[in-house]
Design a protein around this ligand. Structure first.
Ligand code: BTN
Length: 250
């Protein structure tokens, strides 16, 4: 029997010593009809996965958790709402556990960075429960004690940045911040979330590049569009809208 941690803010976290991936186990639970407040936490993953089909190195000591969320309505333009909300929840949780000493930044759309190195990543997958019911499976990986070398983007971990915490402490703070942000989103709307993302995200004029498949676009960050897509003013002076890709800070 797995241990279940019930948090004040409604989430039920099922704890596992080792899994292939929390994404797989949570998907199985969702298809079997688990409550939307279910989250799966593994101390270690054997087949951790990242964005764009990449591997997510998952040794013991870091945080690996997946949880469910209702998708935005089909007619909604706020497709980046879950992406930004979760990135903000992770960034604020790191700030909290560091006693406000470390304020992470966010690289579009949802990589959390400390000193320009990636400390946490988010993977969002869609689970189709029936022909017209979908649910989001959101996985978060936070490097607490270690990080892989040789990654596409330089990586770091919390201990390396002088932040001491445990995965259990991070989980509790993360779900508290997530709940607060979800409430704020319902109350104030996406504009407030964009505003908060803007404080930790890129600033207009920051030099960036975006890798999309085998192409790389160089330019400067020019804000977000109404849907949360990234606007880049390319070297030819034309604005391009990016809805998916790997951003690099230059
Ligand atoms: C990224 O590439 O930046 C996203 C990484 C997401 C990793 C997390 S760890 C918990 C969950 N289980 C997985 O296999 N992946 C996600």
């Amino acid at each position: 029997m797995n241990k279940v941690i019930e948090l004040d803010y409604g989430y039920k976290i099922i704890e596992y010593e080792e899994l292939a991936s929390t994404m797989i186990t949570l998907k199985e639970l969702a298809i079997a009809g688990c409550d939307i407040n279910t989250a799966v936490w593994a101390k270690k993953q054997n087949s951790g996965r990242g964005r764009h089909g990449r591997e997510w190195s998952s040794p013991k000591g870091n945080l690996y958790v997946s949880f469910l969320r209702k998708p935005e309505n089909k007619s909604s333009k706020n497709i980046f709402a879950p992406v930004f909300i979760v990135a903000l929840a992770i960034a604020y949780s790191i700030k909290d556990v560091s006693g406000n000493k470390v304020v992470p930044s966010i690289k579009w759309p949802n990589d959390v960075l400390i000193n320009k190195a990636k400390v946490a990543g988010i993977l969002i997958e869609n689970i189709s429960l029936s022909s017209n019911i979908n649910i989001l499976n959101i996985g978060c990986g936070i490097n607490i004690v270690s990080n892989p070398d040789n990654t596409l983007y330089p990586a770091t971990n919390l201990n390396n940045e002088d932040v001491q915490t445990s995965s259990k402490e991070m989980i509790k703070i993360f779900f508290k911040n997530l709940k607060l942000l979800e409430k704020l989103y319902i109350r104030e709307g996406i504009k407030e979330i964009y505003k908060m993302w803007g404080v930790l995200g890129h600033k207009i004029g920051d030099p960036i590049s975006v890798k999309i498949d085998d192409n790389k676009i160089f330019g400067i960050f020019n804000g977000l569009n109404d849907e949360g897509g990234l606007l880049i003013l390319n070297e030819a002076g034309c604005e391009q809208v990016i809805m998916a890709g790997d951003v690099f800070l230059l």
